[in-house]
Write a new protein. Structure first.
Length: 205
């Protein structure tokens, strides 16, 4: 693809590095920005910059937040004794959309994947174990993708928290094997959480 401007070429290259964005889609983005009013373009530029400067990870659950403690963890109405373990921020959005879960979360920041060089030490599993030592957690819900990486991570967490007196459950298999939580419809995901089952029952199958 030949460009009449180095600036356009560099912008297309930058946009095409986004997940799922090819060169043609990146070019459409660039042309849209060019047609925009300068005020709107400046606003977009400032927002992109703020994503890196103004956001941080919640010190309690590792959710993306504008403050040291996210709104969910700071909400006194939420059940702090109930923790739902998810892969990343997208899963929190999907679960919150159901309106059926009122506990706290714990964001792992990924899944165990040896092929991608991601091991347990790259995730926030140890901070999760530390939470259990306080004795204030009554249940941990594993809401990880029904993939090989998700199953591997769930089993590793199961082994790590086994010594603690806490109920461990997993979302019901309304989510098909190989599917990811963020793509599940609200009804299916909501039922999967509501009808969660003891994790050790899955190991007996």
């Amino acid at each position: 693809m030949e460009f009449s401007s180095k600036i356009i070429e560099q912008a297309v290259d930058a946009f095409s590095k986004l997940p799922g964005v090819g060169k043609k889609t990146a070019l459409r983005f660039v042309l849209h920005v060019i047609k925009q009013d300068k005020t709107e373009a400046d606003k977009l530029s400032a927002l992109i910059s703020r994503l890196k400067t103004d956001l941080k990870f919640c010190e309690s659950c590792f959710n993306i937040s504008e403050s040291s403690i996210c709104e969910i963890c700071a909400n006194p109405v939420r059940d702090s004794a109930l923790i739902c373990v998810v892969q990343d921020y997208r899963d929190i959005l999907a679960i919150e959309k159901t309106g059926l879960y009122k506990g706290h979360y714990h964001v792992l920041g990924g899944l165990i994947s040896p092929l991608e060089g991601i091991g347990p030490s790259n995730l926030t599993i140890e901070p999760l174990v530390e939470k259990l030592k306080s004795g204030s957690i009554s249940e941990v819900i594993l809401a990880l993708n029904a993939t090989m990486e998700g199953e591997t991570t769930s089993f590793f967490i199961f082994k790590k928290i086994a010594p603690y007196n806490v109920k461990l459950s997993a979302i019901a298999r309304g989510i098909a094997v190989g599917d990811e939580l963020e793509y599940a419809d609200e009804v299916t995901l909501g039922r999967s959480i509501t009808n969660r089952i003891p994790f050790d029952s899955l190991l007996k199958k």
